[in-house]
Design a protein around this ligand. Structure first.
Ligand code: PLP
Length: 464
């Protein structure tokens, strides 16, 4: 057939819509996306006819192409993935998974109305701060507290509220960049505070701060080096000394702690990060931290400090711009409540549970997964287990390798890289690591119920 006859023989959209397979998809996904997919499939076929790639028109082939396009269009963009990387607070994969009870609380307030800003006792308007303020105060010893959208907004609000049109002193060793777009000098500029850098990259002394204090000084800022470490000859001024200096000159001290830690993790075999409570005990006026790093809750910025400072920040116009929504507040309240009982805490908050899973349990789980892969896939992979390291991630505990046992596999046909790509584009996606030409699966970040899903994905990868 010549090109023009082929083009004329293409099925019409209306006729395609009458096909049983497409009518079902139309019903499932709606007319807009279905028509778009059909038109794209027809355009693609038309182009292939013109280049000679298609020499015979088949309505079935056009329908199948449209169905594939429709499936891609209808697939949710934000969806679950299985994290087999061993990086616990994986920023790109959504940081901390929530505890089941937090998930339930989110669903409950999302589904209906809630006490978000309503005091059932008085029948009058309430404040959304009440749901977490008392809990944060209990857990940190602070006089007052609030929570905002994330720690970046907490830092912005803190700087704007305490040091706008004034000078904020910060050590050159702490001018950090986090996650590519959060840089202390940039946030400082946006807040309206004038940054005064003191000391050098590796050493800053108390006298450096003291020499920089002028009548225009509004704040001393300390930033916790959560995603890097300056090693070698280094010197930082302790928070207590900064607090004493601030008190002497009537200048408030604000610590951006990064990873929000509420309890002493050293007790549980993890490196001892500073806690929010320790900053409060040291006497800071304000401390801020993330809700979804080591704290294990939703994305949020925890702010704790003196009554006077928090009252001022709550009234700041930016506070409204960075306030928390009801779903996040629900998740944060439940997560904070879990901290009231440390035995439940480590069983229920996934981030803490994964970070403290013992080496024996990880080795046993890795062996179990390896055996299941051998059972299900026969000879398709060379499967072993090997010692390796997991990471806390999320700019938390940057230097710490946490020992683990991984499942290490190489496909007998094709490369580990091709397998890695296949797994990450599968449904659900399985995100794994490649090392020395082998694919590594770390059980630390897998929920036990996800292990069979990983095995099933590996089965499909060899028998699609
Ligand atoms: C992670 C981090 C931030 C940013 O916190 P988000 O909750 O991601 O906005 C700010 N400061 C420090 C020191 C951090 O580690």
């Amino acid at each position: 057939m010549d090109i023009n006859s082929l083009l004329r023989s293409l099925p019409k959209v209306d006729d395609l819509l009458k096909r049983e397979d497409l009518a079902a998809l139309d019903h499932a996904h709606g007319r807009t996306l279905t028509l778009e997919a059909l038109r794209e499939a027809l355009d693609a076929t038309r182009a292939q006819i013109r280049t000679g790639e298609v020499a015979e028109v088949s309505a079935g082939a056009v329908a199948a192409d449209a169905a594939a396009r429709l499936a891609a269009k209808a697939r949710r963009s934000l969806r679950r993935v299985i994290n087999a990387t061993g990086i616990v607070v994986h920023t790109n994969l959504g940081r901390s998974p929530l505890a089941e009870s937090a998930v339930e609380a989110v669903a409950e307030v999302a589904r209906g109305y809630s006490t978000l800003e309503y005091d059932v006792g008085s029948g009058e308007r309430g404040s959304r701060h009440v749901h977490v303020e008392e809990l944060i105060c209990r857990l940190t010893g602070a006089e007052a507290a609030m929570a905002v959208n994330n720690n970046a907004s907490a830092v912005l609000l803190g700087l704007a509220g305490l040091a706008r049109r004034k000078e904020a002193i910060v050590s050159r060793g702490q001018l950090v960049e986090i996650g590519g777009s959060f840089r202390i000098p940039d946030i400082m500029r946006e807040s309206g505070a004038k940054m005064v850098e003191v000391g050098t990259t590796n050493k800053t002394h108390l006298r450096d701060y003291e020499n920089a204090i002028t009548p225009r000084t509004g704040l001393i800022l300390k930033v916790h080096s959560s995603n890097y470490r300056v090693v070698g000859f280094t010197e930082e001024v302790a928070l207590e000394e900064l607090v004493a200096l601030g008190a002497k000159h009537g200048v408030p001290v604000f610590e951006d702690q990064g990873s929000g830690v509420l309890i002493d993790l050293a007790k549980y075999g993890l490196p001892g990060e500073p806690t929010i409570g320790a900053a409060i005990a040291a006497g800071v006026d304000l401390v801020s931290a993330s809700g979804d790093k080591l704290l294990g809750g939703p994305q949020a910025g925890i702010m704790a400090g003196t009554r006077e400072v928090i009252a001022k920040l709550k009234k700041h116009p930016l506070a409204r711009a960075v306030r928390l929504d009801k779903m996040t507040l629900a998740a944060l309240e439940v997560t904070l409540r879990l901290y009231l009982d440390e035995t439940r805490l480590f069983a229920e908050v996934p981030t803490l549970r994964m970070l403290t899973t013992g080496p024996d349990e990880l080795a046993r789980r890795a062996e179990g997964i390896a055996a299941a892969i051998r059972d299900a896939c026969g000879d398709a992979y060379d499967v072993t287990t090997a010692p390796d390291v997991s990471r806390a991630g999320g700019g938390a505990l940057p230097m710490e390798d946490i020992p683990t046992t991984v499942v290490s596999l190489a496909p007998r046909q094709g490369s580990a890289t091709a397998l890695e790509e296949w797994l990450r584009t599968a449904e659900p996606a399985v995100i794994a690591r490649i090392k020395d030409g082998r694919l590594l699966l770390d059980p630390r970040t897998l929920r036990p119920d996800e292990e069979p899903e990983v095995v099933a994905a590996l089965v499909r990868a060899v028998r699609p």
